[in-house]
Write a protein that binds this ligand. Structure first.
Ligand SMILES: N[C@@H](CCC(=O)N[C@@H](CS)C(=O)NCC(=O)O)C(=O)O
Length: 211
């Protein structure tokens, strides 16, 4: 039987976060490699899976391989889905536990606040929107919030790594790679610990198959 999950992935792209997650979870998966330069992610077949024409997209074939048409896009949605689907991987606090609220917050904070703030920093707008109308603050304020959240904690939720670290921390690692992270001591330590995770190293060292 084919692996349960099929990840549409491209090197040096956001889909690395989903690959990292599959490695953290120890899930069985196959990869469909895309070449963004060759626009394979704009083919009609792929647009039928993800009309946005972006990676990642995760196909879930179901526990017995018989599901059809179950496709998730959006990195944070994929992370939340897999964390709940694979509770034995302990990548999210269970529903009904105290830590779940914080996990839910950070899972929304990554794509809803931290990432837009990071994009605003990388690509400043010609005209800033009024602060009261913008849904996110400056990236330096985002960093200050994460710095405070990590005080005395290894990970965002405490002693246990969760998908919140993958979603929010993965963005910080990306900023670090491109030299845009002006971080305090907690975030600096946090990014180093994330970069040191074996599952992340495996995901980041996988090369596309040669034709
Ligand atoms: N919000 C989406 C963004 C995905 C995304 O922007 N992917 C980029 C790669 S980093 C992409 O596929 N770009 C190709 C294109 O738009 O042509 C997510 O988090 O999954």
């Amino acid at each position: 039987m084919a692996a349960r999950f099929l990840l549409h992935h491209a090197p040096r792209s956001r889909s690395l976060g989903s690959l990292w997650l599959l490695e953290e979870a120890g899930a069985g998966y196959e990869l469909h490699w895309h070449d963004l330069e060759a626009s394979t992610h704009k083919s009609p077949d792929y647009l039928a899976l993800n009309p946005a024409g972006k990676v990642p997209a995760l196909v879930d074939r179901g526990p017995h391989g018989s599901w059809r048409g179950v496709v998730l896009t959006e990195s944070a949605a994929i992370a939340a889905y897999l964390a709940d689907l694979l509770p034995e991987a302990r990548l999210a606090p269970a529903i009904g536990t105290k830590d779940r609220a914080a996990w839910q917050f950070w899972m929304a904070y990554g794509p809803g606040v931290a990432e837009p703030a990071m994009m605003d920093m990388a690509f400043p707008r010609a005209k800033e929107p009024p602060a009261r109308a913008a849904g996110w603050p400056s990236f330096q304020e985002v960093l200050a919030r994460i710095e405070a959240a990590l005080d005395g904690r290894a990970w965002l939720l405490g002693e246990r790594f969760t998908t919140a670290d993958l979603v929010v921390g993965g963005l910080l690692c990306f900023c670090n790679q491109i030299g845009m992270l002006r971080a305090g001591p907690n975030v600096t330590r946090y990014v180093a610990a994330l970069e040191d995770r074996p599952a992340r190293k495996r995901a980041f060292s996988m090369g596309a198959p040669t034709a």
